[in-house]
Design a protein around this ligand. Structure first.
Ligand code: ADP
Ligand code: ZN
Ligand code: ZN
Length: 818
């Protein structure tokens, strides 16, 4: 095989790869799957070698690979094949797919350099007399002269060191006198500075008298904790860096560098996993899974098990079997918080015996994530637990892929590449000749439909373990509540009484609300205007603690208005409770209770998740308030009450999945109560008690819901009977967005017919997002291949019309049409 050229996928929004030549010394090192540093336009980028090429493309000037980053290719062959499949199916640029697959680049850093061009060199000489031409200022001339002295190149650091402001730099660049280059440099391996108390200092001489801070540091290092990493020491002792430096100089402390090493997870300390004999239902399911393994071929199984039926126990045994067969396993969970529980169980089951378990999710620091990733790639772990992107874990010889709570929308990535983690899991299982095991108490319509049609094998756990009954679910009709009390507290009197009972009985309560922040709408009572984001057509959310308004879509912030921005009236008011408000309200109503809140504002890091969830599980909290991240999967034994503040908000959305989502959420929520020996109770507050999604959730009757919903999907030609693609055309300029939407419409319209229905263009539900105007097409077809073909044609057509590729978003199998 000729390996002097290779095709490289780069992280740019272009649906193509680029050919580079491989310099002699790198041949044999650079392989398909290797990461390489290559020049691209004026930058250097890290790309992935997709394949070798026989020759350079005719005519084009081929540049050389600058550096090979891997000795062992980062991506094994099956992941390259998977990336190609994703690029084709979701019509995503291949380079962006690899970007989603690869670990964070912790071994490189970007460096900017200002370089004098040949004309710049000449200019600096001719100008050195101090005379000003080209319309240059004195500072600009001086800068050119300085560059010349520095052999024509300086690094871009902080402004002050460059001695020239950005507009001037841009001007020199425009005039062609300088060039600004970006390059990537290999970083030194990261190490950690560890500080220890120097024993000699306390032994030999008389102990020096220590100040209060120094004494604290001594106590920590000598008796309480032992040697500590510098940042941790500074935090624990609340000491400044300068103090520690001084103590080092005085010989009181010593320090050394240690490579960053996987530290033992403190979350595991003192944990012993529950060991249960499987009950007969669980046994039967496991037998079914084993029978599938015996076939040694790809297959999909759906484990439909009610909440609390002991699915995790079955997963762990299935993984154990897989490992015993010499294969590896991936477990996907829908929430970061769940990786904590399942990760811990896996570590204690498999950690020692089978060389380890890796955990991958986005709340890890880049360094930690990269380290876990490479541990997997180097064969240091054979079980991977993680969220969506863990489906790209670089394991080889995969035998089993579990997707827990397969219906969860968090498996869908809502940015390019817009893949669905569950569907990719099935494709990966097929490529690996492995078994895909989808688990759920409330399977998605698509999955259950496939199971009933016989495409997937259906396994069922119909009852909770140990004869526990499902929680009893009651509805609180908010219309009645209001008529009786004329109050607008988010906590109905029934819910209040329920929580009170928990507190009296020393059990725990979970209270769920679907939005974070304090209030999610700010409205003028005088003119009716709501305060919208300047970039998006969406209401700003009031955050009380942070004392500002925030947009949950683009992150922009605004001060809290005292006057209506539109009519200047002072009758601005806030409504719609969010989690922050609910927490405040609960503290007021239950002053003695121990309350915590878990949502994306309070839990940003792994540590924060661990602290709150750990405290709740250990019984150090009475009430936990949170968003839907609490609804899923957790197994809290002492929860006897779950309250849902408003079940309806998702029902009123203009979305064909609204009913499905509501049913799933409520059933999951109900699954959090009564999991231990104490019976559970669920209170659902709603304005639409008669809706079938709510009625069936109260009865926890999945088959009934499935039949009703399936009927509706069939009538309106929605999935699982039709494939959908959502196409968004977007631009900051309204005129351009309209023009492109029109052009695309011209391309589409001759195809509208029997095989494909094309709806639109219409203003998208979110007509403005991050300053861009958005128009939408919805494509429906009974055959997905028809959609794929039509859309790849449309994208080529966009290229010929010079519509930028970033202006057209294609969402295949969209979960939401918003
Ligand atoms: P699911 O994921 O189906 O909601 P879990 O797997 O979290 O349920 O199990 C619910 C609880 O039942 C857990 O506390 C688990 O330890 C326990 N459990 C699982 N299997 C058994 C069993 N065979 N006997 C008794 N308890 C069990
Ligand atoms: Zn107003
Ligand atoms: Zn916004």
């Amino acid at each position: 095989m000729n390996c002097s050229f290779c095709n490289v996928a780069l992280p740019v929004p272009l649906r193509t790869t680029f050919t580079y030549s491989v310099p002699e010394p790198m041949r044999g090192i650079v392989q398909p799957g290797s990461r390489v540093l290559v020049p691209f336009r004026k930058k250097s980028l890290v790309g992935v070698v997709v394949e070798f090429a026989d020759a350079a493309p005719a005519g084009a000037k081929v540049r050389e690979v600058a550096r090979a980053l891997d000795l062992l290719p980062a991506l094994p062959p099956k992941l390259i094949a998977l990336a190609n499949w994703i690029a084709g199916y979701y019509l995503a640029p291949i380079g962006e797919v690899f970007r989603a697959m690869l670990p964070p680049l912790t071994e490189l850093k970007t460096q900017r350099q200002v370089v004098l061009t040949p004309p710049g060199g000449e200019a600096s000489e001719s100008l050195s007399g101090g005379e000003l031409s080209h319309g240059l200022t004195a500072a600009e001339v001086a800068f050119l002269a300085r560059l010349k002295n520095k052999k024509g190149a300086v690094l871009v650091g902080p402004q002050s060191k460059l001695g020239l402001d950005v507009p001037s730099l841009q001007k020199l660049q425009r005039l062609g006198l300088i060039e600004i280059r970006e390059s990537l440099q290999v970083k030194k391996q990261k190490t950690l500075r560890v500080i220890a108390w120097k024993a000699a200092s306390s032994a030999g001489k008389a102990a020096p008298s220590l100040g209060e801070k120094e004494e604290k540091i001594r106590a920590l290092l000598e008796t309480e904790r032992g040697p500590l990493p510098l940042p941790q020491l500074m935090r624990l002792a609340q000491a400044a860096r300068s103090l520690i430096d001084r103590m080092l100089r005085d010989g009181l402390l010593e320090s050394w560098e240690e490579p960053l090493d996987p530290a033992e997870d403190p979350f595991d300390a003192g944990y012993t996993p529950p060991t249960h004999e499987l009950n007969s239902e669980q046994e039967a399911v496991l037998t079914g899974i084993r029978a599938r393994f015996e076939l040694g071929a790809f297959g999909v199984q759906l484990l439909h098990g009610v909440t609390g039926s002991g699915k995790t126990e079955v997963y762990l045994r299935a993984v154990q079997d897989t490992l015993a067969r010499g294969k590896t396993a991936i477990i996907l969970v829908p929430e970061i918080a769940l990786t904590l529980w399942i990760g811990r169980q896996c570590r204690s089951w498999f950690g020692a015996r089978f060389e380890g378990v890796a955990v991958l999710h986005s709340a890890l620091s880049d360094t930690e994530r990269a380290r876990e990733w490479w541990r997997v790639r180097n064969g240091g772990a054979r079980v991977v637990v993680g969220t969506r992107s863990a489906i790209f874990a670089p394991l080889e010889n995969v035998g089993l892929i579990i997707v827990d709570e397969e219906q969860e929308s968090s498996y869908k990535q809502e940015e390019t590449p817009r893949y669905h983690g569950r569907d990719v899991a099935i494709v990966r299982a097929k490529m690996e000749n492995a078994v895909a095991l989808l688990g759920s108490a409330t399977p998605s319509m698509e999955t259950y439909h496939h199971a009933r049609e016989g495409k997937y094998e259906l396994l069922t756990l119909a009852s909770r373990v140990a004869d526990r009954s499902l929680a009893s679910v009651e509805i609180v009709d908010l219309r009645e509540e209001f008529q009786q009390t004329h109050q607008t507290s988010p906590i109905s009197s029934k819910l209040h009484a329920g929580i009170k009972e928990c507190l009296d009985n020393k059990t725990q309560a979970l209270v769920l609300i679907n939005r974070r922040g304090y209030s999610w709408s700010v409205l003028c009572r005088s003119c009716g205007a709501s305060v919208q984001c300047v970039n998006c057509s969406i209401s700003m959310t009031h955050h009380k603690q942070r004392n500002r308004l925030e947009c949950h879509y683009c992150g922009s912030i605004q001060p809290i208005p005292t006057l209506c921005p539109k009519c200047q009236s002072k009758y601005v008011y806030f409504f719609g409770e969010g989690s922050e408000h609910l927490e405040e309200r609960l503290r007021k109503e239950f002053p003695g209770a121990r309350i915590a809140r878990l949502d994306r504002d309070t839990a940003r890091t792994k540590r924060q998740y661990q602290e709150t969830l750990g405290a709740f599980a250990a019984g150090a909290l009475d009430i936990l308030v949170g968003t839907q991240m609490l609804a899923k999967g957790h197994d809290f034994q002492r929860v006897t009450l779950v309250g849902v503040i408003s079940a309806d908000s998702s029902l009123s959305l203009p979305d064909f999945r609204a009913a499905e989502r509501t049913f799933q959420l409520l059933t999951q929520v109900a699954g959090r109560a009564g999991r231990g020996e104490l019976p559970g109770r669920v209170l659902i507050q709603t304005f639409y008690p008669a809706h079938y999604a709510i009625q069936d959730a109260v009865k926890q009757d999945y088959p009934s819901f499935f039949e009703r919903e399936l009927h509706f999907r069939r009538m309106l030609a929605y999935p699982p009977f039709t494939s959908l693609a959502n196409v968004i055309v977007r631009d900051a300029s309204l005129e351009k967005a309209i023009l492109w939407a029109r052009q695309l419409s011209q391309y589409f319209s001759p195809h509208d017919g029997e095989k494909v229905r094309i709806l639109g263009p219409a203003a998208a539900a979110l007509a403005r997002l991050r300053r861009e105007h958005r128009f939408q097409f919805l494509l429906k077809s009974p055959k997905r291949s028809v959609l794929t073909k039509l859309l790849s044609g449309a994208l080529s057509y966009c290229d010929t019309k010079e519509i930028p590729q970033t202006a057209v978003l294609v969402d295949m199998d969209p979960l939401s049409l918003l």
